[in-house]
Ligand binder design. Structure first.
Ligand SMILES: [Zn+2]
Ligand SMILES: [Zn+2]
Length: 171
């Protein structure tokens, strides 16, 4: 979704869109699947050539666990607060924008790319190292299968003090 600067009236413009073309790799390297396309609702306003957007977004994704590579379903919802200015005007507006403390993006050719802004927003909201569960034990170093919590898998026969103790208790 791209919006031309000239299509934003003085009173602002409300719009919503859905990014049904988003592929997992457009959103982040840890994304396996997109189960609900990213969507956003916002109000666009312009002041001179500065464009701002405020609203909300949502998406449903499946990430891959950083330890066992298993699926990690994730629903994302949040507020967006964007600011766009034309490329090449950094110096002129630097002071003013520093005061505004807005997330800042750029636009080219008089068009603001909202789809890209939404993909960037989601990319930043994703956990760097998703886990299928807090105590995910990862993959077995011997057979490569996911290890169930509390199960040593192929390391069953290795002498691990914790398991030795447990074995004693069982006797
Ligand atoms: Zn896992
Ligand atoms: Zn194993």
């Amino acid at each position: 979704m791209k919006v031309a600067l000239n299509d934003i009236p003085a009173e602002g413009k409300e719009l919503s869109f859905s990014d049904s073309a988003a592929e997992p790799q457009d959103l982040g390297p840890q994304v396996e699947a997109v189960t609900l396309a990213p969507s956003a609702e916002m109000k666009l306003e312009r002041s001179g050539d500065l464009v701002t957007a405020k609203g909300t977004y949502a998406a449903e994704l499946v990430l891959s666990c950083s330890r066992c590579l298993g699926p990690v379903p994730l629903r994302l919802e949040g507020e967006l607060d964007w600011a766009f200015r034309p490329l090449g005007q950094e110096e002129r507006e630097e002071v003013q924008l520093a005061e505004d403390e807005l997330e800042l993006s750029f636009y080219e050719d008089g068009e603001v790319d909202l789809t890209q802004a939404l993909r960037d927003e989601i990319g930043l909201a994703l956990p760097m190292a998703p886990l299928c569960r807090e105590d995910c034990s990862g993959l077995c170093p011997v057979c490569g299968k996911p290890v169930k919590p509390g199960d040593p898998c192929c390391r069953r026969d290795e002498v691990d003090p914790r398991w030795a103790k447990l074995a004693q208790l069982k006797k």
